[in-house]
Write a protein that binds this ligand. Structure first.
Ligand code: C2E
Ligand code: MG
Ligand code: MG
Length: 565
């Protein structure tokens, strides 16, 4: 091999693969004013030189007829080689027949022998090098550097073009997301996270193999795929999963897929992508399935949710939110005694009618609006309690729900304190219900928040106990003042021995922790007798009363006051 002695930096390098010395020298002479020039006598030498990776070659000029390895074989091998494929090749030939074959194998251009027009040769080489470099720059702009997939904006643009071009075909849009990716990244490290994303991208490439379509990484762990309709979604997800499971820590990752089937031209492509993402998000907490297809029902729900979100401020201003109260009775004495009430929000929407808290509380917990709404409830409930205390001079308190999101806000304790002070109440008057599931996520943070509240004097009831999966160990560490047994345990208390025994055990556990038990959802006399027998202290449920508005709750207070004499 004969390489040009001086490799000047800052210049591109051209490799001439040619066995005839005269031709080598002639081409070298034309090019070496502008480029560094390397030479190889045949295809094999050229491959060896390229594999040595000593030089960054910008262009190959390739003769066809050579000993050892001819130009056609070189083209074929180069096409299969990831490292060489991207280097542009100009074929040197006097044989017209060869041109077509050379193009078919990936050559970008050809130069006719003999080399009688040096300026044209130089101009061709320069143009192609520039063109390929521009293409690489564009590629970098269009692609996500980590996974090599398109980025979001180019994906939308190319999807649109693809659909325009292939009008007679139907396409689906897929969104693929990883559960709790941020946490996995934190726990297992960024390298792990990157590996997962790359494997996911490999999986997506596999899915697209043999199908018309393109894909992108749209966000940290969110991928979109536009694919010709007809691919089996379950198989596709399995393919992606198997790529990830080849890596480490397979069991911690759940991959979800949302799809919009048969996308059209009524909306921009991004709209369909958002829709598939919504479908994907809708199963975030539903572990029964990992695939969801966007449908009319989901669309209606989305519009409905948007409406609720948009209307919150007006609802607060116009007092559309109403606080209901559900009484709690202490049941271990001679007669049930009204001791407290849980404040429960209701929304009387002027157009949508009654909206259940089950519909808007989880929604507002997701986007943080719950902070406003809960603050409103705490104020309303405290204001009512003050009135009742003044009017009836009864020893009565209320409990309010505190959502997980509330616990994250740093001034929660101050907020509650100031509401209490404004209403002339004390921390003993307002108990805080924190749902058990709040403890199972970010346990440390919750412990800290609950501790701060208790340090401020507040009493904490662990709500919905037994509905989530907080460990018994957690219960030992947790500073709580009452255990509120979830409604579903009462369902079975009268039905089976085991059902009865479980409530009994939870009550015993609460005694061991030295805290009273409250049981919710008691609906009839039989259930009531049984929870009394197992030793539950306080009952809340339809058996005594449904949640009622302040006026009706006041009637219950009146009754209690007259009974107490
Ligand atoms: P929760 O805190 O566990 O409240 C108890 C729920 O059980 C209430 O539903 C109540 O109406 C219902 N309930 C009470 N007794 C019975 C019974 O005997 N049978 C049956 N079937 N149900 C009974 P509601 O009012 O629909 O509230 C649902 C959930 O919404 C609440 O569960 C709570 O997690 C949340 N929520 C309600 N109001 C607020 C609020 O102001 N702030 C926050 N953050 N969450 C609230
Ligand atoms: Mg509650
Ligand atoms: Mg509850």
């Amino acid at each position: 091999m004969n390489t040009d002695a001086i490799i000047r930096t800052g210049r591109q390098t051209v490799l001439i693969v040619e066995d005839e010395l005269v031709n080598q020298q002639l081409l070298g002479f034309i090019l070496k004013e502008s480029y560094n020039v390397l030479y190889a006598q045949n295809g094999q030498e050229a491959l060896d030189l390229l594999h040595s990776e000593k030089y960054r070659v910008s262009m190959i000029l390739l003769d066809i007829i050579m000993p050892v390895m001819d130009g056609i074989t070189f083209l074929r091998l180069a096409g299969e080689d990831e490292r060489i494929r991207s280097i542009p090749i100009i074929v040197l030939t006097s044989d017209n027949e060869m041109e077509l074959e050379a193009f078919r194998l990936g050559a970008m251009d050809f130069i006719k022998k003999p080399y009688d027009m040096p300026d044209i040769i130089l101009a061709r080489v320069r143009r192609i090098i520039e063109f390929v470099e521009d293409r690489e720059i564009i590629r970098d702009v269009e692609h996500d550097p980590l996974t090599g997939l398109y980025n979001r904006s180019f994906f939308f643009e190319y999807s649109r073009r693809l659909m325009e071009r292939e009008k007679e075909r139907t396409f689906d849009m897929l969104a693929i997301d990883v559960d709790r990716f941020r946490i996995a990244n934190e726990v297992y490290g960024r390298t792990f996270g990157d590996q997962v994303l790359c494997s996911l991208a490999d999986g997506i490439r596999k899915v697209l193999h043999g199908h018309l379509g393109i894909s992108c990484r749209a966000d940290a762990d969110l991928f979109y795929v536009l694919i010709e309709h007809g691919a089996d979604l379950k198989n596709s997800l399995e393919q992606i999963r198997s790529c990830i499971h080849e890596g480490e820590h397979p069991s911690v990752l759940r991959i979800r897929m949302g799809a919009y089937s048969g996308i059209g031209f009524e909306h921009p492509v991004s709209w369909y992508a958002e829709a598939s993402k919504s479908a994907c998000d809708s199963i975030r907490r539903n572990y029964q399935t990992d695939i969801m297809i966007y449908d009319e029902e989901l669309h209606r729900r989305e519009l409905y949710n948007e409406r609720l979100i948009a209307d919150v401020d007006t609802a607060i201003e116009e007092r559309q939110f109403v606080v209901f109260f559900q009484p709690k009775y202490a049941i271990q004495g001679e007669r049930p005694v009204l001791v407290s009430a849980e404040a429960l929000i209701r929304w009387n929407h002027p157009e949508l009618g009654f909206v259940s808290p089950g519909d808007f509380i989880p929604l507002f917990e997701e986007n943080g609006l719950i902070l406003k709404v809960d603050n409103y409830v705490w104020r309303e409930a405290s204001r009512r309690l003050r009135e009742w205390k003044e009017r009836y001079k009864l020893d009565l308190h209320i409990s309010v729900n505190v959502s997980r999101k509330d616990l994250f806000s740093t001034d929660l304790s101050q907020q509650l304190q100031s509401i209490i002070i404004e209403n002339g109440l004390s921390v003993d008057d307002v108990t805080l219900e924190v749902t058990e599931s709040a403890y199972s996520q970010d346990a440390d943070q919750m412990l800290k928040a609950v501790k701060t509240l208790r340090d401020g004097g507040f009493k904490i009831e662990m709500d919905d106990f037994g509905s989530g999966y907080s460990s018994l160990n957690m219960l030992c560490m947790m500073p709580i003042d009452a255990l509120k047994i979830d409604m579903k345990f009462v369902r079975n208390i009268a039905i089976s021995k085991t059902g009865y025994r479980i409530v009994e055990l939870v009550a015993e556990m609460a005694r061991a922790l030295n805290v009273p038990t409250i049981i919710e959802g008691v609906e009839d006399r039989e259930q009531y007798e049984l929870v009394r027998r197992v030793g539950c202290d306080i009952v809340q449920g339809y058996y005594f009363s449904r949640p009622v508005d302040a006026e009706n709750f006041e009637k219950l207070i009146e009754k209690e006051a007259s009974q107490r004499g």
